[in-house]
Write a new protein. Structure first.
Length: 199
């Protein structure tokens, strides 16, 4: 299902500095999951806030996963995606580690293509810019208790973006940590989950 916005937002002006992940397009993709029912109700709706219980499990136990991909204009004027099927395969790898039900990769690929098609005017045209695409899944069960969720929400949002670092592709400074670690044997280091980035 597709519900188009009735109040489109102003798009960035050509040449405007975009930053990374600060602006968001007019629409988003949503799909729900419930144990016994599976994934259901894939839809594109106007971008907007979510309503979740304060007890939603994603807040308390970090049962979340995410991916990142890009859409950009090719030299032939067509909008291109860079191997999105690999991103959805990796998302399912993260799902497996975080005990989140697998998604139908072909359905999600169709969903992201439709979302980009609808919001094609949000794909920036300047060299070095892209429409950043963020698929993610959160556990939404409104209860406390340490166990895998029974209810999930899958979303895809998009953001016209410039370089991730202010310096673009120029060398960046890094900090090397010798005390704390993000990934350990048997941990979740290979999963793209919020807890890894928090650490």
């Amino acid at each position: 299902k597709v519900e188009l916005t009735k109040t489109p937002k102003a798009k960035p002006a050509p040449g405007e500095k975009l930053g990374f992940g600060k602006l968001f397009s007019d629409h988003m993709f949503l799909m729900n999951y419930k144990t016994g029912k599976g994934w259901y109700d894939p839809r594109i709706v106007p971008y907007g806030d979510l309503t979740l219980s304060p007890a939603a499990m994603c807040f308390h136990y970090g049962q979340t996963v995410f991916e990142g991909m890009k859409a950009y204009y090719g030299k032939d004027g067509n909008i291109l995606l860079f191997r999105p099927e690999e991103n959805f395969a990796r998302l399912n790898g993260s799902n497996q580690r975080m005990v989140i039900p697998h998604i139908d990769e072909e359905l999600c690929l169709a969903g992201v293509k439709k979302l980009v098609e609808i919001d094609k005017d949000w794909v920036p045209r300047e060299e070095g810019t892209t429409l950043y695409i963020r698929p993610f899944i959160i556990a939404t069960d409104p209860m406390l208790g340490v166990h895998p969720g029974d209810e999930y929400l899958f979303l895809i949002i998009t953001s016209p973006s410039g370089a991730y670092y202010e310096s673009g592709l120029a060398p960046v400074k890094i900090y090397v940590e010798d005390r704390y670690v993000r990934a350990v044997r048997g941990g979740t280091g290979m999963a793209k989950t919020g807890g890894n980035y928090a650490a």
